[in-house]
Write a protein that binds this ligand. Structure first.
Ligand code: SF4
Length: 64
């Protein structure tokens, strides 16, 4: 596994509710496949806190 690949990428539920493939690909390039340590979802999950389903990697909580 690449050291720059988020260990949660295979089961990250965020991408199940995101309906824009373009946005998904961009987020994966910016976070999941590079600087995943900056992802707010990753940080919460790592600290074993509940991750809101609509929490974006940049920390914003938006409705879809
Ligand atoms: S959105 Fe965050 S937690 Fe989910 S796979 Fe990408 S970097 Fe990991």
């Amino acid at each position: 596994m690449s050291e720059n690949l988020c260990p949660f990428i295979d089961k990250c539920p965020f991408f199940n509710i995101l309906h824009s493939k373009g946005t998904e690909e961009a987020l994966k390039i910016w976070y999941c496949k590079s600087e995943f340590v900056k992802c707010e979802r990753y940080k919460l999950r790592l600290s074993e806190q509940e991750v809101p389903r609509n929490l974006w990697p940049n920390g914003k909580v938006l409705n879809f």
